[in-house]
Design a protein around this ligand. Structure first.
Ligand code: FES
Length: 122
């Protein structure tokens, strides 16, 4: 039977912030991205690395100039990726989809908000 676990007060999770909690052994990461909360199981679909502890970046792109060459790397505005600490796979933090293959997706966890508190249901 699913059980609720308190994550934090809603006001304590700022934009770009995260909380990783253990729900009786199941780790869940909760993030605020683009003003919304998302929650993912702390298990990378590649080889089960602790994805929720990865660094968070904007997506890196390689713009091609008029001569067909890449002169510099750029960050994609509005994007937000989390990078697995084990082998560097990147996932869109909002959707959970891997940047290289949409077959690799983070596993979502159910979120609930009540009386100003945030809970995950596992
Ligand atoms: S376990 Fe995450 S990239 Fe390999």
């Amino acid at each position: 039977m699913p059980k609720s676990y308190l994550v934090a007060r809603r006001s304590e999770i700022e934009e770009g912030g995260r909380r990783v909690i253990s729900c009786d052994g199941t780790e869940i990461g909760v993030f605020q991205v683009g003003g919304k909360l998302v929650a993912w199981h702390n298990e990378c679909p590649h080889r089960s690395g602790p994805i929720c502890q990865g660094r968070i970046y904007k997506r890196v792109t390689e713009p091609i100039d008029a001569e067909g060459k890449v002169r510099a790397l750029a960050f994609e505005e509005g994007s937000c990726n989390i990078v697995c600490t084990w082998h560097g796979y990147e996932y869109d933090l909002k959707t959970g989809v891997n940047q290289g293959s949409d077959k690799l997706r983070l596993r979502p966890a159910k979120l609930e908000e009540k009386d100003g508190n945030v809970y995950v249901v596992v």
